[in-house]
Design a protein around this ligand. Structure first.
Ligand SMILES: Cc1cc2nc3c(=O)[nH]c(=O)nc-3n(C[C@H](O)[C@H](O)[C@H](O)COP(=O)(O)O)c2cc1C
Length: 186
């Protein structure tokens, strides 16, 4: 079974990417296939509500969104990892969420999990996990049975801050365990 992780930080090699890879590595150790997509390496433009996908036609915006959704369609579980930006998900993740209207009805039943990284201990990680969960519920995905998800303390300046956040890393390990349990109970 395959777990796809998507990192919504615009910074390559920073805290959110580490937290996602840490979680995916835990899942790999549990025997799952994993893959990470970094939005820092992709172009995903805004949905402009042109209505083409609602008519069953292909999205006319030429960027990387379609290839990302193709990977989501074959994954059994999807983890969305976002930095906290002004107590919410990043614009990169929001753009991807809005474009997912092109796969409406097709993510149903997939297992979902959330990771949030903020500079402050209580900087909005819960709200970011909740935003991610709401998107997953809109697609009728099955949430890993955890109230929030992986929640970590990163840093604006230090790309490696999450590596010292023991409680945050434990929450990622717990998320991996809950995703594995949900996949095995399928
Ligand atoms: C525009 C912007 C807004 C931010 N807002 C918050 C916030 O509301 N709460 C918080 O805890 N951290 C906030 N941060 C800090 C980031 O969440 C933190 O630097 C995090 O480590 C970024 O993830 P990254 O290291 O993977 O890029 C903000 C950073 C930026 C650039």
């Amino acid at each position: 079974m395959k777990v796809l992780g998507i990192c919504g930080s615009p910074r390559k090699g920073a805290n959110t990417e580490f937290a996602l890879n840490f979680t995916l590595n835990s899942l790999k150790e549990l025997g799952f296939d994993t893959e990470a997509i970094l939005l820092s390496e992709k172009e995903v433009n805004f949905c402009n509500h042109c209505g083409k996908c609602l008519e069953g036609k292909e999205c006319p915006i030429k960027d990387n969104a379609k290839e990302i959704f193709e990977k989501m369609l074959v994954a059994d579980a999807i983890i969305i990892a976002s930095p906290v930006y002004y107590v919410g998900i990043t614009a990169q993740i929001k753009a991807l969420f809005d474009r997912s209207i092109m796969v409406r009805g097709k993510l149903k039943g997939k297992v979902g999990g959330a990771i949030a990284v903020g500079q402050a201990r209580n900087g909005g990680q819960e709200i970011v996990c909740d935003q991610i969960h709401q998107w997953m519920l809109s697609h009728e995905m099955r949430l890993a049975s955890m109230r929030f998800g992986g929640m970590l303390i990163g840093s604006m300046k230090d790309f490696e801050a999450v590596k010292r956040d023991e409680a945050g890393l434990n929450s990622c390990k717990n998320l991996a365990k809950k995703i594995a349990e949900a996949l095995q109970s399928k």
